[in-house]
Design a protein around this ligand. Structure first.
Ligand SMILES: [Zn+2]
Length: 399
């Protein structure tokens, strides 16, 4: 049986989670949400005020009738989580506070994607971010690194990442060495899974707990959430959809096989379909914004490329819907720029093929986070400990 202290600490985390999900709450609402006695909630709120994680508003009269109401609010900026995403040619850092507000969002271009150069650049980026956050008096609880490919979370080693051309890179040790033995916990995870975590922070508030997130970049992967939990699988690599042979038959893929999903609907294939001239993948945000404008203006080459991608993506998404039966499918990365220009084709292909899709009930939409999803999800993960045991977390943070 769990000790009373452990239960109390877990309940403190549940109060924070409830406030994170619903925004402000009265103590009566918290008691109803958490099915706890009001006296218990009152004690928990007092303790969270002591920890500087929440505050109570002054009593205000919400309407003409009824008693004045005090609400409990998260003290957002007191603590934050740092998320970093490493991609083929850039790195991005995002800090999220307790209310999921972005405190910081910076991106750098990395010229040579060899591990040492990238780790030097990423350590520099993290160091600058920590400096800025220290000035703003926000306590960083931890750092999570997102990257494409297979990540060993226990050892902090990136096992294999085809888009980066890396294998067996000691990400966590490499960063700890460069950051001068920084005591903050550093974790790693796959970009698609962390993208799904970012989407779930929103979906959870809408009562959606089963979702599928698909990355749209040079590489492709899926993050799968089942009943609010990330599906990892026995080997930890669930969601590797990029090299399923569901793409255009015979189309060569850098992995050495042909007909892969990634080779057919990844960003390189999309850009290749619009023009023969190779695009720089440097500033994908700028490039996709421009291409979105061209699609809005009816540019036939962009619309045709979106049609091809949408059809190809719909085949894969339809199969995944039949297998996993999610409530929502969210298309991230470059897909997120094109809204209905893309979704019409994806939904059409899903309805034509998927059994569950035909039955309805699964929403397919584009992400609102663009290319920032994985870094946001990483920041959420870095902050997660406070929702499990706020006391231990704040002790560790030195408050
Ligand atoms: Zn492949």
């Amino acid at each position: 049986m769990a000790s009373r202290t452990a239960i109390r600490r877990a309940n403190l985390g549940l109060v924070l989670r409830d406030l994170n999900t619903h925004g402000s709450r009265s103590q009566t609402q918290l008691a109803e949400d958490l099915k706890l006695p009001k006296a218990t909630v009152s004690t928990l709120v007092s303790e969270l005020i002591e920890l500087d994680l929440v505050y109570q508003t002054d009593a205000t009269r919400a309407g003409a009738v009824g008693r004045p109401r005090r609400t409990v609010e998260l003290r957002g900026t007191a603590i934050c989580g740092l998320g970093v995403e490493i991609t083929v040619d850039n790195a991005r850092v995002i800090a999220l506070d307790l209310r999921d507000e972005v405190l910081l969002d910076r991106e750098i271009v990395i010229d040579r994607p060899d591990p040492d150069t990238v780790l030097d650049a990423v350590a520099g980026l993290i160091g600058e971010a920590l400096g800025s956050l220290a000035e703003s008096d926000s306590q960083v609880l931890g750092i999570t690194i997102a990257a494409p490919g297979q990540m060993d979370r226990d050892t902090g080693v990136l096992r294999f990442a085809a888009p980066l051309g890396w294998s067996d890179v000691r990400l966590v040790d490499g960063l700890v060495e460069r950051l001068g033995g920084n005591v903050l916990p550093i974790r790693i995870d796959n970009d698609a899974r962390l993208g799904a975590v970012a989407e779930y922070a929103v979906a959870r508030t809408e009562g959606i707990h089963d979702l599928l997130y698909v990355t749209g970049g040079v590489g492709m992967g899926a993050g799968i959430l089942v009943d609010g939990q990330i599906l990892r699988g026995a080997m930890g690599f669930a969601g590797e959809i990029g090299h399923l042979p569901l793409g255009r038959p015979g189309l060569a893929c850098p992995c050495g096989r042909s007909g892969c999903v990634e080779a057919t609907v990844g960003v390189t294939a999309f850009l290749g379909a619009i023009t023969e001239r190779p695009h720089s993948l440097r500033d994908l945000d700028q490039l996709m914004t421009t291409l979105r404008s061209r699609a809005d203006a009816g540019d036939p080459s962009v619309l045709a490329a979106l049609g091809t991608v949408g059809q190809g993506l719909g085949v894969v998404v339809g199969m995944l819907i039949d297998v996993l039966s999610p409530r929502a499918v969210i298309l991230g990365g470059y897909f997120s720029y094109f809204g209905d220009h893309l979704l019409t084709h994806v939904r059409g292909a899903v309805e034509a093929r998927a059994i569950a899709g035909q039955a309805g009930g699964c929403e397919i939409k584009t992400s609102t986070f663009g290319f920032t999803g994985p870094a946001r999800g990483a920041a959420h993960t870095a902050l997660e400990a406070v929702f499990t045991d706020p006391v231990a977390c704040m002790e560790h943070a030195g408050r």
